[in-house]
Write a protein that binds this ligand. Sequence first.
Ligand code: FEO
Length: 169
Amino acid sequence: MLSKKVESALNEQIKLEFFSSHLYLAMASWAEVNGYKGSAEFLYIHAEEERIHALKLFRYVNDRGGKALASVVESPKYDYASISALFNEIFEHEIVISSAINELVGRCMDERDFTTTNFLQWYVTEQIEEESLFRSIIDKLNLLGDDKAKMYLFDNDIAKLKPATAKTV
Ligand code: FEO
């Protein structure tokens, strides 16, 4: 059985994961209408992955006797100065998510909820993979610079990149 504190902390994380899904969907829309088809495909898949992150937590909360909340999330931003700026924002966002996961693990340990602490290890590992994936994309963008022809190649390339994980709930 989850304590009220852990249940509420998990529901906050669910909301954050749903927000990430919305954010990446908004980014996919920007990329698609600005001619970055490869990036858009990548972002659509990534938005779906974030939804899976949220659902995995959602079902865990109910399995452990809590009540999972499908909270309303704030509207994400739709305007980006460039494809590089967009991917830089993703990287910054993933760092925020990693801190939130670490904070959540700390709170579960404080509550001596070792089952949830153990469950959250999947997210800890996932964040390492996500940060590494987006760091490598940014490194590539920095190497290419702002040249339009090179951005076209980048966009073709990223469509072939498989998301870090595509696990189901
Ligand atoms: Fe669910 Fe990209 O963190």
